[in-house]
Design a protein around this ligand. Sequence first.
Ligand code: NAD
Length: 403
Amino acid sequence: MAATGGDYIWIRIPAGAQTVLLDCRPTCLRLGIALAFSAPGVIGIVAGIQGYCAIRGGGRGRRREPEEGLNLPGAAKQELTMSKKQKTNSKQSRPTSVVTGAAGFLGSNLVDLLLSRGHKVIGIDNFVTGSVDNIAHLGGHPHFKFIQQDVTEFIFLDVPVDYVWHFASPASPIDYLELPIQTLKVGSLGTHKALGLAKIKKARFLLASTSEIYGDPLVHPQTEDYWGNVNPVGPRGCYDEAKRFAEALTMAYRKEHGVETRIVRIFNTYGPRMRLHDGRVVPAFLSQALKNQPLTVFGDGKQTRSFCFVSDLIEGIYRLMMGSYGLPMNIGNPTEMTVLEFARQIIRATGSRSRIVFKPLPQDDPKQRRPDITLARTRLKWRPWIQLDAGLAKTIEYFRARV
Ligand SMILES: NC(=O)c1ccc[n+]([C@@H]2O[C@H](COP(=O)([O-])OP(=O)(O)OC[C@H]3O[C@@H](n4cnc5c(N)ncnc54)[C@H](O)[C@@H]3O)[C@@H](O)[C@H]2O)c1
């Protein structure tokens, strides 16, 4: 099966049941297709060639440094709350959004929302934790383009850009424990490159930050003015500190270069396109329950979590980007429950015969997590609308087809 998508082509190779995105600009087309059809084993080589071509911007234009071409005198004096409306940089009325981490759980759901709201979207991802399956349905979409690239490298785009949504980062504990240096690099160098892109394009920038910046919080529920309780040298330090650095860098670009920035602190989110084995509690419980295996609860299960359905979260993030609030904002569901209660709810919702087993609590596991969403309620008129039952039903349907 093949479908075109602007400069790229989506090809499903039956033998490996793999989907690859090929760059079909003239320099890459012949070689890429020849390799794709020769044998399924060459998929990696094809992806490598495609990534190389995308980074090079199709060979057109010279590579520019992120600082070049900017002339924003006095911008540093701008107040933190800026204009409500941003003019579209693109000549057409359709704004252009760049989404880093576009092949991930949240990034791909964001891409869908942006396309449905009339944006052109350029997705960037290196697939380190994401999957091509999350964007395969966009093959042939006239307003979606994809670039396979590591965002810690310079991001070259020769089109106007209105919004940069920086979502690239390993996000689950399993991923960032396995990839601590990549996690720190994407939070620091990756955020620097994404901010550089926003600056040079005079685009608005949104950082996907996290409730993890509060660490194991001593204040409950967590308000945005709480500074957190993070162990920088503990196992979660690579993720927490990467995001804390990313927030600080975002604020520096705002103050120093006048980039219009937004920071969302995302609390636990669940829904379709989460990976079955990414180690987060929702997929972990669901995959165990759907296989009738014991559900693993860490500690005594009395630690609390709150879970936001993905469509609610993405709506809140969209409102934040389009609004005028420039300081960090929590988006999440404040309905709190213990992990043990949640495990029981999963067993009920899936009709599973699983029992619950207990294992020792991992180091630095937060005991309580609940967002205070007063800011989001008042500034964005946002609240979570999807009840846990309804969100779980949609997620279970997605996971059932995959276990
Ligand atoms: N899902 C949640 O509950 C949650 C909570 C808090 C914060 N967040 C933040 O939201 C963002 C998305 O999280 P997610 O749950 O979708 O995770 P995910 O792992 O599904 O998606 C992250 C995506 O970023 C890509 N990526 C990682 N490093 C990259 C790099 N150097 N260059 C290019 N692409 C790269 C991955 O391949 C993946 O597609 C992350 O920044 C995460 O920190 C998520």
